[in-house]
Design a protein around this ligand. Structure first.
Ligand SMILES: *Cc1c(COP(=O)(O)O)cnc(C)c1O
Length: 379
């Protein structure tokens, strides 16, 4: 049999997910969030972010984040514009005192390490790296290295590897700063292990990019204040002490994307109404069990992450054997199932599937059925 042209492969309707968005950021936005944007169009969108309607919206987001993560009452939620990438730069000014240690196991974790490396006012960071698809071990730095900030990544979105967070015992005043951009809302963690947990809302929170959110322990707030009072120069838009002051007033330093806050507020309400973070993590785990269970049971697929404990429940990476994954992604796209392509720089014969809380586990099931159908047609 001659394999059909890719454009000719039509997946039967009953195998197609109800929602075909499987991107790892921007990710699927639920229809109810768009309804909320339409509702907000009458009285919130297009109005001043310095007046009560928008300030109340921002306040609601901050309160719901506290509830979702069950933050201790002395933690602060700080928000600003620019997304997680901007937060890296802000952290080189406002969180790292002299020298940081980074666990690097993919593109995103390596970018923060680079930002610290390039900052002329910081000492060279310590970088502990492991191959893509693996997770480095969290280790305490030797005391003569004078590390003051440990930088971890909860979920490496570029590879689909996630790590269990823990706090190195020494130095006792070191901060643990965690990139939770794709993990937030889909993987559990404990505030006792962390000082700063930061993320952008276009991944696990099904909203749009351009905003960063940082959950900060009192120790982190002390560090921000100490660096500020020591007089280090910082551009105002990157100044975490300015961001913190604004956040305490339910505002941002400069104009935020109000529609992003509307979508985020709605998604947080949905997560909390359904049972909070434990409901979300059960749901992402359910999707992950479906995806990895399928991938291990087929001759032509296997999970990229060899160690099952490091397989992300929110971003699944599946290697293909003897089948061109790019062709599979193309056929999926032709049938309205989008953004399953792997992270561009990883360069593997792979599909990447997001399983954030907004994604229905039943749609992950249908996605696997669609892929089986495509492979049958291609082989
Ligand atoms: C997407 C992502 C970022 C970058 O987020 P932006 O909002 O695009 O700046 C950083 N870290 C991780 C782990 C990510 O997944």
């Amino acid at each position: 049999m001659v394999a059909p042209a890719l454009t000719e492969i039509k997946i039967p309707q009953h195998l197609i997910p109800l929602d075909g968005r499987f991107g790892s950021g921007p990710s699927k936005i639920r229809a109810e969030q768009i309804d909320a944007v339409v509702r907000a169009s009458r009285n919130i969108l297009g109005t001043s972010h310095r007046q009560a309607p928008v300030k109340n919206l921002v306040g609601s987001v901050l309160t719901q984040l506290r509830q979702l993560f069950q933050l201790p009452s002395d933690w602060e939620v700080v928000v600003g514009n620019g997304g997680a990438s901007l937060f890296w730069d802000a952290a080189t000014f406002g969180l790292i005192k002299n020298r940081s240690s980074h666990l690097v196991f993919g593109e995103f974790s390596s970018k923060f390490a680079q930002a610290a490396q390039l900052a002329p006012h910081l000492g060279d960071p310590i970088v502990i790296e492991s191959a893509p698809g693996t997770v480095p071990t969290i280790q305490q730095a030797d005391s003569d290295l004078n590390i003051d900030t440990y930088c971890l990544t909860h979920n490496e979105t570029s590879t689909g590897a996630s790590m269990q967070l823990s706090r190195p015992a020494l130095p006792t005043d070191a901060l643990v700063v965690v990139d939770g951009t794709s993990a937030a809302g889909g993987i559990a963690w404990s505030p006792t292990d962390v000082d700063v947990y930061y993320f952008s809302p276009q991944k696990g929170f099904a909203s749009e990019g351009g905003t960063w959110i940082a959950l900060c322990s009192p120790r982190a707030v002390d560090r921000i204040n100490k660096i500020k009072s020591d007089g280090r120069w910082c551009p105002p838009s990157l100044d975490l002490s300015i961001a913190r002051e604004n956040s305490r007033a339910n505002q941002t330093y400069n104009t935020p994307s109000v529609s992003t806050f509307v979508m985020l507020n709605e998604q947080l309400g949905w997560m909390l109404d359904n049972g909070g973070l434990s409901w979300c993590t059960e749901r992402t785990q359910q999707s992950a069990d479906i995806l990895y269970g399928w991938a291990t049971s087929r001759a032509y697929t296997e999970p990229f992450i060899a160690n099952p404990q490091h397989r992300s429940p929110v971003v699944g990476t599946i290697d293909f054997v003897g089948i061109d994954a790019a062709q599979v992604a193309t056929v999926l796209r032709n049938n309205g199932i989008v953004d399953t392509e792997p992270y561009r720089k990883l360069g593997r014969n792979q599909l990447r599937v997001s399983m954030f809380p907004a994604v229905e586990p039943s749609d992950v099931q249908l996605l696997t059925a669609s892929i089986d159908y495509i492979v049958e047609q291609l082989s």
